[in-house]
Design a protein around this ligand. Structure first.
Ligand SMILES: [Zn+2]
Length: 300
């Protein structure tokens, strides 16, 4: 091949690299913008949470892989204007491949080991931002673990007890409307005690002892770190089945489980912040008290 022909080839090769690098930068920016725009347009916080949890790392990776291709193409423009030389061309091609791969690899490491803790903070924000009741526009309140059980059916409660599933119950205290959201605990990575990265995930959950009506059961969760490979197993108690009834609504308790209730505690909180707690030995006594209850009479 004569030099003039090879120089012509080199010119078109450089042209492809110029336009290609431009195109891949644009692709990277578009993926990034599209992802963030999508997040902005999801108005439901739980849906936003799910979307981020599932896609944020995936989309950012694609965006940076596009940048890695850009790096590859830009390095291929180094020394443009010099006559074609096989060795020079080959060495440059090799260097560009190495640098492009390194760029992508480093970013991959960041996304795997560093970014999850960032994402975790983001996810927490959307999980715990007060929900708005669409019917009334009221701010809802996140119920505590104890309060929420009334609103979860037995299957949901069992799931919560046993597996890495969390139900969040939001309540509009004016209307009593509830919104129940389900979270998969095992999808979210925890911080590893050994290496400190947020790469600890539940790999297996096994019930080693089924709970009975009166006795607690046992559950073992196996964790494994995706970075350093350290493993951990933690034992959890599964509450005895009858304990659930502590939280179930009072009518159910009265009719079905009279015998197992040993005491009933009633806490009355007035809108002025005053609080009174009463204890009763049976549901009947508590009910009788509530029937005759008159706040004015108990004021000190
Ligand atoms: Zn680790």
């Amino acid at each position: 091949m004569d030099q003039a022909k090879m120089n012509a080839f080199l010119d078109s090769y450089h042209l492809v690299m110029i336009w290609g690098s431009l195109a891949f930068v644009i692709v990277a920016i578009l993926i990034y913008l599209w992802h963030n725009l999508k997040v902005l347009t999801i108005s439901d916080f739980k849906a936003k949470y799910d979307y981020l949890n599932e896609n944020e790392i995936k989309h950012l990776k694609w965006s940076f892989y596009s940048l890695a291709v850009t790096v590859f193409m830009l390095v291929n423009l180094y020394g443009r204007g010099i006559d074609f030389d096989e060795v020079w061309f080959g060495v440059r091609l090799f260097m560009s491949l190495a640098l492009g791969t390194l760029f992508g690899y480093v970013f991959n490491l960041i996304m795997r080991y560093y970014y999850p803790s960032k994402l975790d903070a983001k996810l927490k924000k959307w999980r715990f931002t007060p929900r708005i009741n669409p019917k009334t526009g009221n701010k809802m309140r996140l119920l505590s673990e104890d309060e929420e059980d009334v609103h979860l059916d037995e299957g949901m409660q069992a799931e919560e007890e046993a597996f890495s599933i969390d139900y969040d119950v939001w309540m509009d205290e004016e209307t009593g409307d509830v919104k129940i959201e389900k979270y998969q605990g095992h999808l979210q990575a925890l911080q590893c005690n050994n290496c400190g990265f947020h790469t600890m995930k539940v790999t297996k959950e096994e019930i080693v002892k089924e709970p009975t009506k009166t006795e607690d059961g046992e559950l073992i969760k196996h964790y494994s770190c995706g970075y350093c490979g350290s493993i951990r197993a933690t034992k959890f108690n599964i509450a005895a089945l009858d304990q659930h009834y502590d939280h179930i609504d009072i009518n159910k308790v009265k009719f079905d489980h009279k015998r197992i209730v040993s005491s009933v505690k009633i806490e009355i909180m007035a809108s002025d912040g005053h609080k009174k707690v009463y204890s009763f030995q049976s549901v009947e006594l508590a009910t009788a008290f509530l029937d005759e209850f008159d706040y004015e009479k108990i004021l000190d």
